[in-house]
Structures are given as C-alpha cells and as structure tokens.
Write a protein that binds this ligand. Structure first.
Ligand code: NI
Length: 264
C-alpha cells in the first residue's frame, strides 16, 4: 500500500511536472506571439497608409480641379494658343513653358509639321494640346468641300505620324467661315476654336508692342491668339506668362478651358 502510494505520488508528481512544463511553454509562446503582434501593429501604424498612397494622385487631381474652379470663378484662367507652327522658335517656347510647368495649345500647319516634325513631337511630349490649323494656310471660304477636306486630312495624317494622336480641334485660317466650311468641319468631327484676344503679334512683329497690347486686352478666362512662327511673338509670350502668372493667372489647354466653360 505504502509502495503503491509512493508510486502514485511519483506519477502524480511526474504528471504535474510535465503539465507545468507544457503550461510554461504555452504561456511563453503566447507571450512572445503577443509581443510580436504588438510590435507589428506599432510598425504598421507608423508606416504611411498604402490606401493613402494609392489615392495620392486622385487627391492631387481633386485639388487641381478645385483650384481650376476657383480660378475660373475669379476669372483667372487663360488658354494660350499658338498658330502657324511648328517653327524653329517653337523649341524655345516649349522650353520656357516646361520650366514654368505650363501647357498650351498649338494649331499647327501641315506644311510646318513636315519641316519641323521634332518640334511637334517635343510639344506633344511636353503635354501640350495639338489642334489643326490647315495644311497650307488657305482661306477655307475660297475652297471646294473636297479641297477643305484635303487641307484637314493631310494635316491630321501628319500629326498622327509624329505623335500617334488624332486632334479634334481646329482653328480655320483667318477664322473665316461659311456654311460649306462648317459642314466640312462637322463631317470631320472637328470642333472649331476661335479666340477672345488677338494679341496682333503677327502685325507688330515686336516683343514689347505685342506684350503691352496683350496685357491691356486680356481680361480673364480668355483664349489668347499668338503665333510661334515669329521670334518676337515667342519672346512676348514668355514675358506675358511671367507677368500674368505673378498677377495670379493660371494657364490651361483649350480642352480644359472648354470643360470649365461647360460646367459653369
Ligand atoms: Ni494662321
């Protein structure tokens, strides 16, 4: 009896010992796991939220839209447009615009694209908008429907060859219209764009005269007509951009201005 009791006691002791070891191991493991979990939580809390990172560009876009709407209401939006290019002066213009993070709209001539395809490529790569002017700066009102179509499609094809883009905007030479011209533009799916302010840069061919005249005429939310085919025009444009930017204006492409006009 004594012996059995001793044996039982030893078994119980052994069981107790084993159980204690297992409980200790289990508790230690749980403790470690909870510490690790806590550390992971802390690290995750300190990390920038992935969700936030993903939405960063969306937030930027929303902010930009907000700024555009505010500026439009304040009449502080301008769309600079340049006709008759590209030319050898287009590079300097785009360089200056890129430094200021400004995009404009170019209404190009097919024959100029043939001469300066790299300038057009530079314009496109820098995020500027491209529209059609015509192939050879013909007065559309004096052309047959077939000739108008030719002026458009030749230019369209040249632009596509350079930048794989198909413009949907056109500024007809001299802004001259009749019913035939309108019908042809519609058939080609083109939106006609004219201007609010003619800077008369083509007439002055003088930096300061163009600059001074344009500053007097610009009122806000305007489409401004200039030409990147003249050196003084490009120089005047850069000075205008600097002055108008410091006056609180921001510059957008025609498409952006059209969107703003439609939503206000
Ligand atoms: Ni022109």
């Amino acid at each position: 009896m004594k012996c059995i009791t001793m044996k039982t006691f030893l078994i119980i002791l052994f069981c107790f010992f084993i159980t204690t070891i297992f409980i200790t191991i289990f508790l230690t493991d749980s403790y470690h796991k909870s510490i690790i979990k806590q550390e992971i939580n802390e690290i995750e809390e300190n990390l920038p939220k992935e969700e936030f990172l993903e939405n960063d560009s969306v937030l930027d876009e929303k902010n930009y839209q907000m700024i555009l709407n505010e500026k439009y209401q304040e009449k502080k939006i301008l769309a600079l447009t340049f006709d008759d290019g590209p030319s050898k002066y287009t590079y300097d213009l785009i360089d200056a615009l890129n430094k200021r993070n400004i995009q404009v709209t170019f209404f190009v001539l097919g024959e100029s694209v043939e001469k300066y395809p790299e300038a057009l490529e530079f314009a496109i790569d820098s995020g500027n908008e491209i529209g059609i002017h015509s192939y050879k700066h013909k007065l559309f009102t004096k052309l047959t429907p077939k000739e108008i179509k030719e002026q458009i499609t030749k230019t369209k094809d040249l632009i596509y060859q350079v930048g794989q883009i198909t413009p949907n905007l056109i500024r007809v030479p001299y802004g001259s219209f009749n019913k035939t011209v309108s019908q042809e533009l519609e058939a080609e799916g083109l939106t006609s764009i004219l201007w609010d302010v003619d800077t008369l840069d083509w007439k002055f061919q003088h930096k300061t005269k163009t600059y001074t005249y344009a500053l007097k005429k610009i009122k806000g939310n305007d489409i401004i007509l200039m030409h990147d085919s003249f050196k003084p025009s490009v120089e005047a444009a850069i000075s205008l951009v600097d002055q108008l930017s410091s006056d609180g204006y921001i510059f957008v492409t025609i498409s952006t201005l059209l969107e703003l006009r439609q939503t206000h």
